[in-house]
Every structure is written in C-alpha cells, then in structure tokens.
Write a protein that binds this ligand. Structure first.
Ligand SMILES: NC(=O)c1ccc[n+]([C@@H]2O[C@H](COP(=O)([O-])OP(=O)(O)OC[C@H]3O[C@@H](n4cnc5c(N)ncnc54)[C@H](O)[C@@H]3O)[C@@H](O)[C@H]2O)c1
Length: 248
C-alpha cells in the first residue's frame, strides 16, 4: 500500500486508460476521485473499485469548465481531503488531414487536452502549495513529442501540455510538487478502436519495436511510478511508454 492516506483525482476515468489508472492508485491505498464528463461511467468505475474493497467516488465534471472543476475539487476536499495526486488523463483527438479540420475541432482537442489540464492544475495547486506536497501527472502522447500525421491539432495540444508541465514543474518545485508527463503510444482503449481498425492492428504494430500496442496497465504503471513518494526528486520529465516507438 504505497499510497496509503493519499487522495488522488483522475480525470476521464470512466473508461480506458483513466479507469485503469484509478484502479491502480486505489489498489495502492489512495482514495480516488473518479472524474468523467459522463456521470454514469464515472460512478460505474468508482462502484467497481468499491466492489474490490478500495475507496473511490465518481464525480461528473467537464474539465474544460473551470467553475465545474473548482466545484469538483471542493467536493473532493469535503469527502476525502485535499488532492495529493492529480492525473490529467481526459483527452480527445480529431483524426483528419489538417486542411479539413475546423475551428470546432481545434477548440475540442485543445480544450479537453490542454485547457482541461490547466483548469485541473489551477484548481488543486493552492492546496498543494499550502500543504507542500503534490504529484501532477499528465497523460500526454508521443504525438506531442514526434508529431503524428492526421493528428496535427492533437499533436499540438499534447506538445502544449508537455511544455506547460516543464514550466509549471520549475515554478512549483520549491513546494515539493512534481509535474511529469507520461507520453503514451497507441493504447488499446475504447477511444482508439475506430483508429486501430481503420489502419489495422497488424499494420500498426509494425511501427512498434515491441510488436504490440500498449495495454492501459502499461500506462497506469508509469503513472504509479511518478505518484510515489520515492519519485519526489523527478520533475519536469516526459516518459514515453510506447514499446520503443519514441526514443528521444
Ligand atoms: N489510447 C491511446 O492510444 C492513447 C495514446 C496516447 C495518448 N492517449 C491519451 O490518454 C488519455 C486517455 O485516452 P483513452 O484512450 O483512455 O481515451 P478514451 O476516449 O477511451 O477515454 C477518455 C475519457 O475521457 C472522458 N472525457 C472526455 N472529455 C471530457 C471532459 N471534457 N471532461 C471530463 N472527462 C472527459 C470521456 O468521457 C472518456 O471516458 C487521453 O489523454 C489520450 O489523449 C491515448
């Protein structure tokens, strides 16, 4: 139980990578606030964690709305205490040639991936600074490190997350708060089913030296590493979890 007495907030944890992260942190003893824009999915993840004997609550909030995010963080403080570990996981991607994208696409990718991350950081930072403890982990993407065709807006949004985390890490280091990114490669979740079947899994894995796509557990294990007390001297870093796809 390496996260006993810690409170974690995982955004977009109704399904996919976020759900797996929520389970992983809960199994290490953290009390987990499971956020999603979809209330039923947030509550289902929390209920499933509870059935395994761990502590979780589901909270609906749209992370692109700062007021909703602030209310969510206040509710978590009342029920569990101040947030120690924030995992900015909720994300969205538009798959199109850039010339075909619209301002609505730009606002959605940037709003959920980047603005949402900033909103959640802003909402938890005051408590973290006052308590001189915090772990912020963003689920970025290798797309934000190397660029992916047909995911140009998403690549830009995730690159923004990476740059933001580097700067924030330097700002808050003196408060014993770390800020790191986990850059996932293609990971088997409901969100990428369409993309994987469009290209074909056999074809896709050829780009991955490990010759398999990531499992959500691969990403959750990296998040756990950054969440631990023992990782307290590591900040401003981006760790690719993509079977050797990105080696910068
Ligand atoms: N799956 C991949 O291949 C892959 C690769 C690299 C990075 N990532 C990143 O990992 C994270 C999780 O991806 P996933 O594949 O599990 O996605 P997913 O689509 O399966 O799940 C995302 C969850 O976020 C929720 N969500 C969407 N908008 C929200 C909002 N405004 N507020 C709160 N919740 C919201 C959705 O309801 C959903 O439950 C994302 O940040 C994604 O960009 C995924």
């Amino acid at each position: 139980m390496r996260l006993k007495d810690k409170v974690a907030l995982v955004t977009g944890a109704g399904r996919g990578i976020g759900r797996e992260i929520a389970f992983t942190l809960a199994k290490e003893g953290a009390r987990v606030a499971v956020n999603d824009i979809n209330r039923e999915m947030a509550e289902k993840t929390a209920e499933d964690i509870g059935k395994e004997g761990y502590d979780a609550i589901g909270i609906k909030a749209d992370i692109t709305d700062l007021d909703e995010v602030q209310k969510m963080v206040d509710e978590i403080r009342e029920k569990f205490g101040a947030v120690d570990i924030l995992v900015n996981n909720a994300g969205y991607w538009t798959i199109k040639q850039f010339k075909d994208t619209t301002p609505e696409d730009w606002n959605k990718d940037i709003g959920i991936c980047f603005i949402g991350t900033m909103n959640c950081c802003k909402a938890v930072l005051e408590d973290m600074m006052a308590r001189k403890y915090g772990r912020i982990i963003n689920i970025a993407s290798d797309a934000g490190r190397v660029g992916e065709p047909f995911l140009s807006v998403y690549s830009g949004a995730k690159a923004a997350v990476i740059g933001f985390a580097k700067a924030l890490a330097k700002e808050v280091a003196r408060y014993n708060i770390t800020v790191n990114n986990v850059a996932a490669g293609v990971t088997k979740t409901p969100g990428v089913e369409g993309f994987v079947s469009m290209i074909g899994e056999d074809k896709l894995v050829k780009a991955y030296p490990m010759r398999r796509l990531a499992d959500p557990k691969d990403i959750a294990n990296a998040v756990l590493f950054f969440a631990l007390d023992e990782s307290g001297y590591i900040t401003g870093q981006t760790l690719s979890v993509s079977g050797g796809y990105t080696t910068i």
